[in-house]
Design a protein around this ligand. Sequence first.
Ligand code: IFM
Length: 450
Amino acid sequence: MTSKTSPDPQLVRSDFPSGFRWGTSTSSYQIEGAAQEDGRVESIWDRFCAQPGTIRDGSSGLVACDHYHRWPQDLDLARELGTNAYRFSIAWPRLFGDGTTVNAKGLDFYERLVDGMLERGLEPWPTLYHWDLPQALQEQGGWVNRGTVHAFTDFVDAVTRRLGDRVRNWITHNEPWCTAMHGNWDGMHAPGNKDLRIALQVCHHVLLSHGLAVPIVRANVKDAHVGIALSLHPIRSASDKAEDIAATYRHDGLRNRWFLDPLFGKGYPEDVLALVGDAAPGIEAGEMEAIAVPTDFMGLNYYFPEKIADAPDNPPLHGKVVHPQDVERTAFGWEVAPDGLSQLLRRIDREYGPREIHVTENGSSYDDVVDNGEVRDVQRRSYLIRHLDAMREAIADGVPVKGYFAWSLLDNFEWAEGYTRRFGLTYVDFDTQQRILKDSGKWYRDFLVK
Ligand code: IFM
């Protein structure tokens, strides 16, 4: 593994357009805790974490960052960073206990939270689904059941009716790839299925629920600004051999085009449909049109590129991910490739032309240590600076990037990795709940405030 050698670019806020949204990003299950308070019901993640062997350190989001109680302090941190926007998610299990009746205490919490953001000059950017499905809906099949699509639109209706007078920006789903594939193909995430057919049906229903939610948001929110956040990866060939290049195209098909194409009205890619065969989703009349509903922006979550080699014996894509040694990586093992961000931004603009793109997540995990009350996370700081610079280049090329949300405001519960991976600009001591702004956070603050 190599580490970077060149100095980080010198960036100032005025290198970016005025009116740009600068934020941080979090999600409910990863930070809130208070899993059994104020009428919140069990989510699929509570159930999944309780199964031995699912989470690296055997932990769960039961307490997490205790943000449910400490949110004023956390929003103060976001304000002190100089950010003007904050992305968070709304926990469905806090709002719809039994799937049908709205829990007033849950809605009250999000109203207080949103008001707290507005008081601090933070524009709220809620995500409506960041993976914490009520377990009661999973008992009825979860996302594989079309009924969940309608339960979701009921939830969206209730939330946007209540908050639509003060929240303009809405993200329907976070990373449908993860909901569908980690949840149902490789089984790394809740609910832990391992079946491509289920995963692709889940994916279709998640995209459909996005398509049906957008008009509801528009009906309930004056001047609504609504989109979806996708996790996309530049897919790069392991060599210039024709077989590897062909495998790379196939992987791009399922990783990226499978989401982008239908959302932008091109339907599911034919080449991938042919590869998945019987696992292709059941689609009813009008659903592809619903999925292709026009949106106001696309959210891009970017972390790392993938390198692919041909693997004829590995269906359905007949390729495999390879991990070259000679690249810079985070402690999580993810390749550090800022040029992947500019590459993706240019590609999305060129091939799909969304009205706006917001980088709704980008960040890195390193093994931070507290030394004399300081966290000197030079690698995360460098990661942040270099990715902002890559984004600046794409903007200079005319890509309509309008916002950047660093993942994450706080160290938090990193799903199957538990608390073993720290992504925060703020360090969290999970024993004491003390927060310490890391050097990366201080850099972001100085960049935004100076
Ligand atoms: O922590 C996650 C987040 O929930 C979704 N996007 C990727 C992050 C880092 O893995």
